[in-house]
Design a protein around this ligand. Sequence first.
Ligand code: ADP
Ligand code: MG
Length: 216
Amino acid sequence: MRALTTAHMAQLFRELASTIAASRDELCRLDGVIGDADHGIAMEQGFAAASKAIDALAAEITLADQLNAAAKGFLNAVGASSGPLYATAFMRAAKTAGARTEMPLNEAPGLIVAMAEGIRSRGKAEVGEKTMVDVWTPASVAAERGMADQLPIAEIMARIREAAMSGAESTKSMIATKGRSARLGERSLGHVDPGAVSAAMVLDVMAEEWGRDGTN
Ligand code: ADP
Ligand code: MG
């Protein structure tokens, strides 16, 4: 049975930090159109802090320790609304991963389900409100279906990635009703939501790491 270990989790967060850092300017530009242009900075600082917090942990740690450290690091680093949303997501994932040093890789989609639930319960946004929920929810549905149908992990991850990408694209034709861009009303139409785009990037990295044959 292939496993998701604490070494894999630390590596995942390093990948997330570097991918998001490389997309910082693009995310700021998107947020500049319908928000306050700080989303790239928030996400870059959040994931850098989360990864650093994980790397600072001692060797004898569990997946839950790592995800809780990521949550704390992210929250402390980010003043924008994405801070508490991702912090809650990581805390929920920590609960699902539990006090284990590794978990079967076929349970990894459950971490995505937990993260999506955390974001929804923290932000109270629903699908169609032009937020990151428009990416996390369809990705979570794909994860649940894939697990229920006992699909191979690579196939589940491919479906998650696909659902996330089309979810991000779907925000273009939505009018924002939650968060900062809600003030724009109909003027938010025609632009993708920055939080949805970064969510698709996060899920793309997870799908890449966890869906790879033979794993890492
Ligand atoms: P801020 O709006 O405080 O500047 P960011 O720029 O970091 O925060 O993040 C903006 C993103 O946060 C939005 O694009 C949207 O996807 C997401 N967002 C805002 N409010 C909510 C909410 N209530 N639930 C889920 N996501 C939200
Ligand atoms: Mg912003």
